[in-house]
Design a protein around this ligand. Sequence first.
Ligand code: UDP
Ligand code: MG
Length: 334
Amino acid sequence: MLSDQVLYVVIPCYNEQEVLAETAARLKDKMNSLIGSHKISVHSRVAFVNDGSKDDTWSLIEELHKSDPLFSGINLSRNRGHQNALLAGLMTVKECADVVISMDADLQDDIDAMDEMIDKYLKGIDIVYGVRRDRTKDSFFKKVTAEGFYRLMNVMGANTVFNHADYRLMSRRALEGLAEFSEVNLFLRGIIPMIGYANDVVYYKRGERFAGESKYPFRKMLAFAIEGITSLSTRPIKMITGLGFMSFLVIIGILIYSIVRYYMGETITGWPTLMVSVWLIGGLILLSLGVVGEYVGKIYLEAKGRPRFIIESFINESKDTPNQNHREEKDKND
Ligand code: UDP
Ligand code: MG
């Protein structure tokens, strides 16, 4: 029996002319084998998103599309960064696909993990995260900074799946859930776990970039980490409030110290008053900043206009039960 599940593989590309031909050839084999084993439909596609590349990436994508309808292309008006390019791809193919897998153009993420992802999807899982089992192929510097990044994120209250980058499978209804998030400060790894639905992970070995250079130098990685923390969590603000309380503890310490010294008869005139007032004022300023920050944090989260819930199913016996999602519509048409 042929599968009717249309898979789209979405790949953001920024100055990737060195890797595109090879990536396309490897993915073509993979897609053909998945189609051959009747896991996905013959209408499945590989969609390259050109993120305002300065090299020949887009003309290469156009050539690929002409040579084989398996390849499609989305051209962004200018460079918007990996996360936005990925979102643009996902939102564009959402209407034509039943299931989408996103990955990087350099195929550092093992494409053989796709089979396992699809198997899980066919068993009813909506989101499958690709998780790196080890980083032996990454340079020491990349490994330390990247793993430090995940730890920092979690300490700062931005919960993400450890060692999961943007290699993942999403069903159409998960994509529709994602479309409800209207925020502009985009950090997909943090938002996608908020969608909910059944999810699972697939482990794989991360390989080396086979050609070209990393488009994520340290500077961009740091900016990405700060974006991740500030777009997901207001914990840094809470830390200011914490500092304010800490300075009150210091005041109490100084007071006790001064009283003890007074009874021991070694008072330095003016010292306790000076110390206490310095720490008191400092503490009050920090606390007030924290309070203002809490409100700003609330406004910030409100301004994101995130969905407050996503309904997975509605069981109800009524003459005209509304359609839950496209899947049901599709099933009816079948
Ligand atoms: N990328 C993008 N826009 C950018 C930077 C990167 O679309 O502004 C894409 C890039 O083409 C690749 C993916 O994001 O497909 C990940 O980049 P890279 O492999 O260089 O990152 P690394 O693996 O070194 O973290
Ligand atoms: Mg890479």
